[in-house]
Design a protein around this ligand. Structure first.
Ligand code: MG
Length: 340
């Protein structure tokens, strides 16, 4: 009978969908025998529902004395219902209500201080300058690692399409980084589709030629091509989220965040690469999970590497060569992990 009584009270108190106790509910409960009520606990009354007031909660648990009158118990049910209506959301939001604000405030590790550039295009104080308009000393041939032989003039680095020159890559190698690079399609550009201002930024160069992970460079101002081969795509993997191309003759920017893939000791993939790209200030890749090295023909694949150069593409099409300027990179080495 006690269980019956508690179920009835429970239903009348909470199963009406309104979380309210009506006068009729209270009267219904009063018609039950004193014995059944004497064995009911307040916690039993609320059990079977989504939330239960802990038995140890002061003022809410424990046996209801048999000396309690029917009316008093009905009134208590009403009080419990009222308390629960407010207490349940409070418990849900505050898993640890005894915490102080200091418990979630962290003072280490301290991030490095960085002085930003004069504008957001200028290198911050911790940037490695890869091209500042003066020379290509930071670059070598991707084919044989001899000094780069592209064309430096008027503060820009222009692709050489001369036979045998090919792609260039940085002398330095990188893992995770932030990259800023600017590029321009010449006003004299000709061609169409992939044969119009094609170049590329390989975010990790894993070998000669086009081996690696290519962020496509192309004139897409008024030039249709397959969408996963547009400027701002991870070539043949990621369609950019927008096409914010500027017209030939205007400088364009890529700001890239590259998280390199990690590999296990046996060469298998541990975690894939991720990339975020702003193209002329517009996000075109948002933490895209890279499927592997980019290929003209075939499916992407991962091959283990640790650190890699950044590579620029001298594409073999016949359109006029494009130019680069203001290239800098920041290695992302700070580990913000802290003990909780
Ligand atoms: Mg390309």
């Amino acid at each position: 009978m006690g269980a019956t009584a508690s179920r009835q009270v429970s239903r009348s108190t909470y199963d009406n969908g309104q979380n309210e106790v009506t006068d009729a509910d209270a009267r219904s409960y009063q018609s039950e025998s004193a014995d059944s009520r004497s064995s009911a606990t307040v916690s039993q009354i609320v059990k079977g529902k989504r939330s239960v007031i802990p038995e140890t909660s002061p003022g809410h648990g424990g046996m209801v004395s048999s000396s309690v009158t029917m009316q008093t118990l009905a009134r208590k049910s009403l009080i419990v219902a009222t308390v629960m209506a407010f207490a349940v959301p409070a418990f849900a939001q505050q898993a640890e209500p005894q915490m102080k604000h200091q418990d979630t405030e962290v003072y280490a590790p301290v991030p490095p201080t960085v002085t930003p550039g004069k504008t957001d295009a200028d290198p911050p104080s911790d940037a490695i300058i890869l091209f500042d308009g003066k020379n290509q000393d930071e670059w070598v041939s991707a084919q044989d690692h001899t000094p780069a032989r592209w064309i430096v003039a008027d503060g820009t680095l222009t692709v050489s399409k001369e036979h045998g020159v090919g792609n260039i890559e940085t002398k330095k190698t990188f893992r995770d980084y932030q990259l800023h690079i600017e590029w321009k399609i010449p006003t004299t550009i000709t061609g169409s589709d992939q044969a119009r201002g094609n170049s590329g930024v390989f975010l990790a160069s894993t070998g000669p030629g086009d081996a690696g992970y290519e962020l496509q460079v192309l004139d897409n101002y008024n030039n249709k091509t397959y969408v996963n081969g547009e400027a701002g795509s991870i070539y043949k993997q990621a369609i950019p989220l927008a096409t914010p191309s500027r017209k030939p003759g205007e400088w364009q920017t890529y700001d890239v965040v590259w998280t390199a893939p990690r590999f296990n000791g046996d060469g298998t993939l541990e975690t894939p690469a991720f990339v975020t790209v702003f193209f002329n200030g517009v996000v075109v890749l948002n933490h895209f999970q890279v499927e592997g090295q980019t290929l003209f023909v075939g499916k992407p694949f991962y091959k283990a590497y640790d650190r890699a150069p950044i590579k620029l593409q001298a594409h073999g099409d016949k359109s006029e060569p494009i130019s680069f300027r203001n290239i800098w990179v920041r290695e992302l080495t700070f580990d913000p992990t802290y003990k909780k």
